[in-house]
Design a protein around this ligand. Sequence first.
Ligand code: GLN
Length: 517
Amino acid sequence: MSAANSSLHRLGVAALSQAMAQGRITSVEATQALLADIGAHQGLGAFLAVNADAALAQARQADMHRAAGRSAALTGVPVAHKDIFATRFETSGLHTTAGSKMLAGYASPFDATVVARLQQAGMVTLGKLNCDEFAMGSANQNSAFGPARNPWDLQRVPGGSSGGSAAAVAARLVPAATGTDTGGSIRQPASFTGITGIKPTYGVCSRYGLVAFASSLDQAGPMARSAEDCALLLSAMSGFDERDATSAQRPAQDYTAQLLARRPGATAGQPLAGLRIGLPQEFFPVALSAGVAQAVRDALAELEKLGAVLVDVSLPRTELSIPVYYLIAPAEASSNLSRFDGVKFGHRASQYGDLEDMYKKTRAEGFGPEVQRRIMIGTYVLSHGYYDAYYLQAQKLRRMIADDFQAVFQQCDIIAGPVAPSVAWKLGDKADDPLQSYLADIFTLPASLAGLPGMSVPAGFAGAAEGDGAGMPVGLQLIGNYFDEGLLLHTAHALQQATDHHLRSPQAAARQAQEAT
Ligand code: GLN
């Protein structure tokens, strides 16, 4: 059959895997067709690099494994990686840039653990995805290689920092992608583009080979259409890694089994019977946009129908998570990014006087404005005399924010609320005002600071009350206690069995609009 004549290659992970198992499409056919789609959608700015030859070689091998009966769920399923994951250049032909001029053309000598594990699971690497420089941003507008766009409205941002990952998955250019989330970078772009993404508990996925931003917060996770697809990827990419000193020492998990496991008291109609979902009052402020509030309320009502019980709770330090995060993350970034000095990695100024001049020119040329701003803030708050007043204070509050969550988890099993206070904003908006962008992270930062797992699940689309943002996707955020990603995926899956928001694609929506006129 010819894949180009069908849209089988645009299926999600589980469905594509099944189609391959049934012989309806091969990995080579799917890979070729997706590469063609990627080529036709370059205006989206989702991909920074593709390597067709390497991808097709992997796909051929996957097809051989399938033919020989040696296949697993992910065999031959294409994936693409946020360009913050190191990909070994010699084998992949893909550079690792972290969205920065500093690392343009950088050839990594090794694969990140997450990349290597997905490859071992049989996935085909299509390429590298656009992101904010060093994962600093909420709109993918800080990439040195140009912005990525939102496939639901090309004049809007896809969110960030994993904006390329979100745009590619939402536009059906790849069944799934990897992302990283330091303060919301998986959840917020997933919400803005109507896909499903999960940031696991800190330590569940190895940080080895992840270009470091803020090491005590950075965490990798899958971004895909559904909870089912995320579970398949997370099972393969997670697990203890001796190369990451903060990796959690736990046995490998089968998240697909946890997704399907029957909860005590559950019935066919009420798979979530008895599940207590806490709604922090601070996550529903008056300033929440009307379209987001309505979609989130609708999704919560749906969860209630499935048997969940909604409980009012409070996370009193939610607002403080913004200053706390924007002190701790830049502090760690200023330390991590000191390695980019023009000596060992990446860019070096071509003309300079002495060594100090070389450092200065290299860093001034290589880093974009947002990265420079954070290095300055971070260096300041760590400096003698300010350390106690800012950094230490922020660390104390971080602990209290984590304790607040533990108090709330006495009253409920999971927490729910919006992912972001609005739908995706227009390209250029907030670009000149970093503070506005920082404030929009309010609902994702608390779970990051506490190290808790969080996910974004499509809740629906903003209605007319959202003004010109009507029709844009809205995500429901679910936050779990430590290592409860299985319960989050289970809850999201139950919601997705009862709703079809996650099945809607921008292309299908555009077709429908055209037919209606
Ligand atoms: N928007 C946040 C920031 O700019 C979070 C980014 C992230 O999670 N990588 O730091």
